[in-house]
Design a protein around this ligand. Sequence first.
Ligand SMILES: Nc1nc2c(c(=O)[nH]1)N[C@H]1C(S)=C(S)[C@@H](COP(=O)(O)OP(=O)(O)OC[C@H]3O[C@@H](n4cnc5c(=O)[nH]c(N)nc54)[C@H](O)[C@@H]3O)O[C@H]1N2
Ligand SMILES: Nc1nc2c(c(=O)[nH]1)N[C@H]1C(S)=C(S)[C@@H](COP(=O)(O)OP(=O)(O)OC[C@H]3O[C@@H](n4cnc5c(=O)[nH]c(N)nc54)[C@H](O)[C@@H]3O)O[C@H]1N2
Ligand code: SF4
Ligand SMILES: [Mo]
Length: 679
Amino acid sequence: MKRTLTTCPYCGTGCTFYLLGDDQGRLVGVDPSTSHPASRGSLCVKGWNAHGFVQHPDRLTTPLIRRGGRLEEASWDEALELVAGRLKDLALRHGPDALMFLASAKASNEENYLLMKLARAVFSTNNVDHCARLCHSSTVTGLAETFGSGAMTNSIACIDEADLILVTGSNTTEQHPLIGARILQAVRRGAKLIVADNRRIRLAPFADLHLRHRNGSDVALFNGLMHVIIREGLEDRHFINSRTENFAALKEAVADWTPQKAAGITGLAPGQIVDAARLFAAADKAMLVYSMGITQHSHGVDNVRAIANLALLTGNLGRPGTGVNPLRGQNNVQGACDMGALPNLLTGYQKVSDKATRESFARAWGLPCLPRAPGAMATHAMDQAAAGKMKGFFIMGENPMLSDPDQAHVRQALESLEFLVVQDIFLTQTAELADVVLPAACYAEKEGTFTSTERRVQRVRKAIEPPGKARADWEILCEIATRAGYPGMDYPGPAEIMDEIAALTPIYRGIDYRRIDDLGLQWPCPDESHPGTAILHAERCTRGPGHFSPTGYRPPAELPDDDFPLVLTTGRTYFHWHTGTMTRRTHLLDREERFSFVEIHPEDARRLGVHEREEVLVASRRGEIRARARVTEMVVPGVIFMPFHFAEGAANVLTNNVLDPEAGIPEYKVCAARIRKAP
Ligand SMILES: Nc1nc2c(c(=O)[nH]1)N[C@H]1C(S)=C(S)[C@@H](COP(=O)(O)OP(=O)(O)OC[C@H]3O[C@@H](n4cnc5c(=O)[nH]c(N)nc54)[C@H](O)[C@@H]3O)O[C@H]1N2
Ligand SMILES: Nc1nc2c(c(=O)[nH]1)N[C@H]1C(S)=C(S)[C@@H](COP(=O)(O)OP(=O)(O)OC[C@H]3O[C@@H](n4cnc5c(=O)[nH]c(N)nc54)[C@H](O)[C@@H]3O)O[C@H]1N2
Ligand code: SF4
Ligand SMILES: [Mo]
């Protein structure tokens, strides 16, 4: 059996395992790595089945070109010439900013670096972004302002040292299973647990307090907690005086957030808010863990600010067992952000607006200058495409037809484009609309690195050959650059791409393939002898003093009314991954969860006459879909939950394309909906 050590292609926990191959070049299984600090010899069900989709017969094996309305097989030569030629032509005719490049949190660091280099160096636009926009863009904005860095402040192993863990808007055992398991182990050894999430997630029954507050009311909850902490003198005076600024403004802002006021908005009892505040403040080491329930709101950045404020107020930063810990979702979404696949940032969060940064990249890339104006966010680019202003999209490894909000709007946007290229491993719903489809190698078929949620840069290794004519993303991107007339994108392999990244990126400077061969390294890793950084903001915050950023409460954009009396909130399940491209092609995962479903509370179900597993129609102002009812107390009365994994019964037909004004993240977690029995 051939054993190839590599990194899981699903979630940001970053477990490593061996892919097992037989002598015919087929993958037959997975064996967890026992030495890894996050996985420690365990995997979740997706990790155990990570070989499942790789050799599925649906894999794309040849480039496709649309001719006479149909996608037809083509040679690499034809497809690459067409892509390079059409993108150049569009940039000439409409200006470079008529092009949009979407990078991929599924692809490697090296590939994301090359995609943003393709956009910036070859096509002279900063229009590059990726699914972090839909995910943790609120975190990147909110934590940059308060701490100076948008990444998870601590390490996964820190859970072992926490006295208290507050989990909010993270269904940790299902979405980051090995982190969820670690939290349960902490509870078993005596750590306190507060869960602030109105779904009865699997952590909830183990919590000392389960706060089932209303969707979209987090700022009210956190301001209420901070009000009580200050009123009772439980704040960390020493930390506030020595490590922070702007405390007076915070104190003033939460002065009127009495438990009664916070209770009015959150739907909690005032006593629950007081209890939670006391419990949290009493812990010496309290760890805040959050994810999409916090970020995916039209006030997502404010939610993040509120969490950061609580950490600063109680001095829970820069020490083991503390910190603000946004769990990054995709296997390499941390890396795609680190690589500058963002419209306003180059690698390592260096600002596009900074002249010296632009000059140093231009020098390294052999160009006179780089584009200066910040580019379009992915969500804005979609709106511009719908308005006919964006002409060409290059999408590497994303499936916005199922993952972006308001599917009818996305379809109209993509159909309005003059030219759409999709580079994927399967013919996705988005690829079906493309003019050119480029077949990519998947994680098991190429070399590279992924960066996990704890900022750990880890190796991905080639276990087998790609199917048919599929090629690694980095090779395809280099070919397009060369054919577009740019000579500076020609590399012997990913290790040399990483050398270029390290040279241009202070936080990655000490990282090379030799050093990360074994366990990876956590950035910042500023030089060749630096051991990596487990905990950020230890002596001081990246920006200097921690900055209190007071926030006011704003309700979600669309609240229930007579026509649409329910709150629809969307998310994920344990067995499936996003748009299902990989997990629905993995037999053992697919058979667990085969149909689109909607969770509804027994009271609401009774009122509507809806029974368990019955087909229902779920509607919002954007459209109507079919799903199976799951009658359960997982949700509270008045709230329904749907995953967005299913093309048939796609939750994003319903979601509201309203964005946070600063981060551009959509409000996936709240819109108004109604349910009726299917005829
Ligand atoms: N199996 C599996 N694992 C995954 C993924 C997957 O598709 N499948 N996707 C990965 C990715 S990219 C990501 S980003 C993560 C996401 O991981 P999570 O954020 O954990 O997943 P979600 O299901 O989107 O939402 C989490 C919780 O937010 C709660 N919530 C909803 N509204 C609110 C609110 O207003 N306030 C609060 N406090 N909570 C609220 C919901 O009740 C839900 O329990 O998962 C990653 N892991
Ligand atoms: N309603 C609702 N919608 C949501 C969310 C929600 O909570 N609710 N969450 C949002 C969040 S947090 C996220 S992160 C997004 C995710 O949105 P997407 O990123 O669009 O979803 P994925 O299905 O993960 O798409 C990844 C694509 O990459 C392909 N792929 C896999 N490996 C490779 C590779 O090596 N190379 C290439 N080229 N392609 C590859 C897969 O086949 C797949 O088509 O969804 C967002 N949408
Ligand atoms: S916890 Fe995440 S990284 Fe680990 S095996 Fe499961 S999906 Fe993969
Ligand atoms: Mo995500």
